[in-house]
Design a protein around this ligand. Structure first.
Ligand SMILES: CC(C)(COP(=O)(O)OP(=O)(O)OC[C@H]1O[C@@H](n2cnc3c(N)ncnc32)[C@H](O)[C@@H]1OP(=O)(O)O)[C@@H](O)C(=O)NCCC(=O)NCCS
Length: 168
């Protein structure tokens, strides 16, 4: 279940970020848990040219747990008008490796294909081997870009062209 992140949830989001801080790797960029939580809600760090209404931050919920199960951030129309881009997907430590991540990504893939988009993209740290396996298995089979922001900090932009999702 997805719920739009709002300021009312800030303390809860900050607690979640704090608890999962070590796994946020490239997303952290030196920011504290409180800063990350605020930025997650405000979406001020969205890609250039993306309007606020194209940036979505959701809290993920998993029944029957009332707490935040994960965070999902999505940009519409980035980097091409027919793309969606996942800025962040992180699940709570206790919920990983139970299929929730795959289920959530498949939902987004179905939604993207249903809207006639060309692709869904994600940027990941290439040294996060478990994450690479996860995205590759879900059909993110093409590398669109290698981004090096500073020495030692590289991201791979992976693309799912939605062919399998559309049944092509
Ligand atoms: C990556 C992540 C969203 C996957 O969701 P999930 O529900 O754990 O994944 P599923 O149960 O659907 O699939 C399991 C696969 O996820 C990946 N995975 C599992 N734990 C992981 C972890 N701590 N970090 C990264 N990937 C992980 C592995 O590829 C695993 O497959 P394996 O069992 O063959 O190693 C989740 O593990 C997570 O939030 N990890 C921490 C944050 C992170 O590293 N994000 C990657 C950048 S997007």
């Amino acid at each position: 279940m997805r719920e739009r992140a709002s300021v009312a949830r800030l303390p809860e989001i900050a607690r979640f970020v704090d608890a999962n801080y070590p796994t946020l790797l490239s997303f952290r960029q030196g920011r504290s848990a409180a800063e990350l939580a605020r930025d997650f809600i405000s979406n001020d760090d969205r890609p250039p040219g993306i309007e606020p209404e194209q940036a979505h931050s959701w809290l993920l919920r998993v029944d029957p747990d009332p707490g935040i199960a994960g965070l999902l951030q999505l940009y519409e129309g980035h980097p091409t008008p027919a793309s969606w881009y996942l800025g962040l997907l992180v699940l709570d430590g206790g919920l990983r490796s139970q299929g929730w991540g795959a289920r959530i990504v498949r939902e987004v893939l179905d939604e993207a294909a249903g809207r006639g988009l060309a692709d869904l993209r994600v940027a990941i740290d290439p040294l996060n081997i478990a994450a690479l396996r996860f995205w590759h298995r879900l059909g993110f089979a093409r590398i669109a870009k290698v981004v090096t922001r500073e020495p030692g900090y590289t991201l791979l932009e992976l693309v799912n062209d939605l062919d399998c999702v559309r049944g092509a």
